[in-house]
Design a protein around this ligand. Structure first.
Ligand SMILES: Nc1ncnc2c1ncn2[C@@H]1O[C@H](COP(=O)(O)OP(=O)(O)O)[C@@H](O)[C@H]1O
Ligand SMILES: [Mg+2]
Length: 433
């Protein structure tokens, strides 16, 4: 295997849920499913782009990869040798005759960033750095550039004290700054220059992987291009791998070898950049491309731009989570009681008279209204054009008894990521159909 093919990061079924707390006693009343079962790999020297609308979990993944968040579930392996990758794959296939639990545990203790300790953890800390969008918040305003950029060298004892400043100057030169900038404070620089300082600091320990979270989103377009070119050059010179997080598709197209598209904490499509831009498979990816004005002329996705609200990540839809906004949603995308409310909530004449909803699970509910008329209106609305045909097909029970309406849906299956002909994979029931 050539070194270019070496996987340096494996993200396996990663979940990160944040508790929602309420009241004086901070009782946990729910969980925000910020990241909900994400898988991807990054190879040495490669850029993986993570895209999706605000709130879909990009920053949370970046922070998990950089070791800044403890995972709720799943594993992140760093620098796993290929024979160990093969073992993990065998164990995923439940081929447990070949792989013992001790072997998996041993791999975890040596490579899982949530489990490694001591020197192993230090090795990972040096090799994985993060650059944030907001350089004002991430650079301490009271520290001089010399202190900011040299701090990692001192903390990790990389070189003798008399070499620290020459090395710091060298780092600044690599990002287009110089010795004349050593003894200034962050506020004395422009946004683009501050981002250069952040990059110099990230390079100090000669990492293999840098997580870049919207590194140019706060910058003017011309400055943005300079920083992207700098990142490109540094990658070529140093063989760096990037996890490049952005909501900007033209930036991702310029930077990424592979793309991972996220929606509501899940990967909905992943593949090579050219394949995804030339032939997007998931309706969400198509909609994102259609919504990106500077790409419209080149990409014909045949999909209107996105509208509608992103569902609450504390109550993510069952089945396909994009169906609530999807123009081509199918019966088997999974439909549930929340969809009734989502589709009809603008109907004041119904919901103003709603007394309570008794819901045993996502698929079964009994609505109780103050008046029979309101109940009858819900019955009528369920048969109207406000409810898409695909959803009507999944209603297994719809009854009205005076003020009560009972609605049941056939339970939804989780939609898996399906391999598409072109080497991408997409989480959509229409793939390959
Ligand atoms: N520390 C936190 N506590 C609670 N919820 C959080 C926290 N961090 C992020 N979230 C929630 O997780 C979801 C994903 O957030 P984030 O990863 O920042 O998305 P993105 O970077 O794609 O905009 C959002 O709904 C956000 O409100
Ligand atoms: Mg973010």
């Amino acid at each position: 295997m050539s070194s270019a093919d070496k996987t340096i990061l494996s993200v396996k079924n990663v979940k990160k849920h944040f508790p929602i707390k309420e009241g004086v006693f901070q009782k946990v009343v729910g969980q925000v499913h910020a990241v909900d079962g994400v898988n991807f790999d990054i190879k040495e020297g490669e850029t993986v782009g993570l895209v999706g609308e605000s709130g879909c979990g990009k920053t949370t993944i970046g922070r998990c990869v950089a070791g800044l968040e403890a995972l709720t579930e799943g594993n992140i392996y760093f620098d796993l040798p290929s024979d160990k990758i093969a073992l993990l794959e065998d164990s995923e296939k439940q081929d447990d005759k070949k792989v013992s639990a001790e072997q998996i545990e041993e791999i975890g203790n040596s490579y899982d960033i949530g489990k490694i300790e001591g020197d192993l953890f230090n090795h990972y800390r040096r090799n994985c750095q993060m650059v944030f969008q907001d350089s004002f918040a991430s650079l301490s305003p009271r520290q001089l550039v010399s202190d900011i950029v040299s701090r990692p060298l001192r903390v990790h004892n990389v070189c003798p004290e008399n070499e620290v400043i020459p090395r710091t100057i060298n780092l600044l030169e690599q990002v287009g700054l110089g010795a004349q900038h050593l003894y200034r404070f962050p506020h004395q620089f422009s946004g683009g220059q501050r981002q250069r300082i952040s990059i110099a600091r990230a390079l100090a320990l000669d990492p293999k992987l840098i997580v870049l979270d919207e590194p140019t989103s706060a910058l003017d377009v011309s400055v943005q291009a300079q920083i992207l070119n700098l990142l490109h050059d540094l990658q070529k010179k140093r063989g760096l791998a990037y996890l490049f997080i952005t909501h900007n598709l033209s930036v991702i197209r310029h930077m990424a070898d592979k793309i991972v598209v996220m929606y509501l904490g899940k990967v909905v499509e992943a593949g090579n950049t050219e394949d995804i831009f030339a032939n997007p498979q998931h309706p969400y990816t198509k909609a994102l491309l259609a919504a990106s004005p500077d790409l419209q002329s080149e990409v014909t996705s045949g999909m209107a731009a996105l509208d509608g609200a992103i569902p609450d990540p504390a109550r993510p839809p069952q089945g396909c989570s994009f169906r609530t906004r999807c123009p081509v949603a199918q019966p088997e995308c999974g439909w549930e009681v929340d969809d009734v409310v989502r589709r009809l909530e603008h109907k004041d004449s119904i919901f103003n008279f709603l007394k309570e909803v008794d819901q045993s699970d996502a698929f079964n509910a009994k609505f109780t209204f103050e008046t029979e008329a309101a109940a009858n209106q819900l019955m009528a609305a369920m048969k109207s054009d406000d409810i898409p045909d695909a959803m009507k097909k999944m209603v297994s029970k719809l009854n009205c008894d005076a003020e009560h309406v009972t609605v049941s849906f056939k339970p939804a299956k989780t939609v898996p990521l399906i391999a598409c002909g072109n080497g991408s994979s997409a989480r959509c029931v229409l793939v390959n159909k």
